[in-house]
Ligand binder design. Structure first.
Ligand code: PMP
Length: 359
């Protein structure tokens, strides 16, 4: 099998060891004469997977007993609606830090439920940065402060958790979940679609602080959209095969050395590409240096024609899906946890050659 160098923004590359194990689980799980995708979600086998995945998340993030973990469907996009549905009442305000396309989609949904205040927006400069703590102009009494920890489209990322002086953070961590340690004590909710850093598309991981969950509306929200419903038990059929795969990815993360291992690994990989971008003026980073993402490295070439040529030549040597998001253009290399250093090195060598040939 010839696996290509896969820089897809999502669904993204998965560790080959995980894919190999998952193939076994798909044919026959633990000598049970059937696969995990063919078993009841109430079976002892699936319940063990659900529990193991939750234990691994608790260990990796250091959650202690303070958080509920749930595996939901509907993507991060459903969380844009579910969070305000549960927590934001008509007369209340939630603060939403506006750092790009996904923040905006979250804001649009929140406005259906209550007031939205933007403590910061980088829209005027094309979302080329994220704010420092001293730039956040929080409202008087927000229910929560929502932010997108990594902006998949622009290629910016918060290097540290925003300071909110005790107001719970709600974080769309879809594109940097489990890529580095975070200070969980600041968070009310962390949610992430699995398809970038932790598994195949189809399951959304939601982690909620129990004392924050206690404030959720349990009267006016349909049962399946209440977080409380999913905190109490596995309410309806979860995407069993996806959770099984997430559990394998979590095992892989633990075996590699956990979140501090990946923080360093991801910093090193990203530095290789950014150093190549900064070598001279041929490549131009698409965002400000202090806001650069370690997950989605975005850059431009001197012309759109050269960008097209870059993509075509890259694919000839198996460097795949480097095209920037359709809304911004340019080049985007998504180098999540599972993207091997070898792929990044191959990309950087190609960038150097392409510059020599066309610069
Ligand atoms: N938030 C972020 C930061 C994303 O990158 C994406 C997907 N690219 C989404 C939300 C939307 O996720 P989904 O398609 O799973 O709803």
């Amino acid at each position: 099998m010839n696996r290509v160098h896969n820089f897809s923004a999502g669904p993204a590359i998965l560790p080959v060891e995980v894919l190999e194990k998952a193939t076994e689980g798909l044919l026959e799980y633990q000598n049970k004469g059937r696969s995990i995708a063919e078993m009841s979600h109430r079976s002892a086998e699936y319940e063990a997977i659900d529990q193991q995945a939750k234990t691994r998340l608790t260990e990796l993030l250091g959650l202690g007993d303070d958080f509920e973990i749930m595996f939901l469907q509907g993507g991060a996009s459903s969380q844009f609606m579910m969070t305000p549905y549960n927590f934001l009442r008509e007369d209340q305000t939630a603060d939403y830090i506006d750092t790009g396309r996904w923040s905006n989609k979250a804001i649009k949904e929140a406005k259906l439920f209550g007031n939205v205040h933007r403590p910061y927006s980088s829209s005027d400069t094309g979302y080329d940065r994220v704010p420092g703590d001293d730039e956040l102009e929080l409202s008087a009494n927000p229910v929560y402060v929502h932010f997108t920890s990594n902006n998949t489209v622009a290629g910016t990322q918060f290097a540290t958790d925003p300071e909110t002086n005790g107001v719970p953070l709600v974080c769309d961590a879809s594109s940097d979940f489990l890529s580095k340690p975070i200070d969980v004590s600041k968070y009310g909710i962390i949610y992430a679609g699995a398809q970038k850093n932790v598994g195949p598309a189809g399951v959304t991981i939601v982690i909620i602080r129990k004392d924050f969950l206690a404030q959720a509306d349990t009267e006016n929200v349909p049962t399946i959209l209440q977080y409380q419903t999913h905190a109490e038990k596995i309410f309806n059929t979860p995407p069993v095969f996806n959770v099984y795969m997430v559990n394998l990815v979590l095992e892989w993360i633990q075996e590699k050395g956990g979140l501090s291992y990946f923080k360093k690994y991801n910093q090193e990989k990203a530095a290789l590409v950014y150093d190549e971008i900064d070598r001279d003026d041929f490549y131009r980073g698409a965002v400000q240096k202090d806001s650069r993402s370690l997950m989605n490295v975005t850059f431009r070439l001197p012309s759109e024609e050269l960008e097209q040529q870059f993509l075509e030549e890259a694919e000839k040597i198996d460097l795949y899906t480097l095209k920037g998001h359709r809304s911004v253009g340019g080049i985007r290399a998504s180098i999540y946890n599972a993207c091997p250093r070898e792929s990044v090195e191959t990309l950087v060598n190609f960038m150097a050659d392409f510059r020599s040939n066309n610069g």
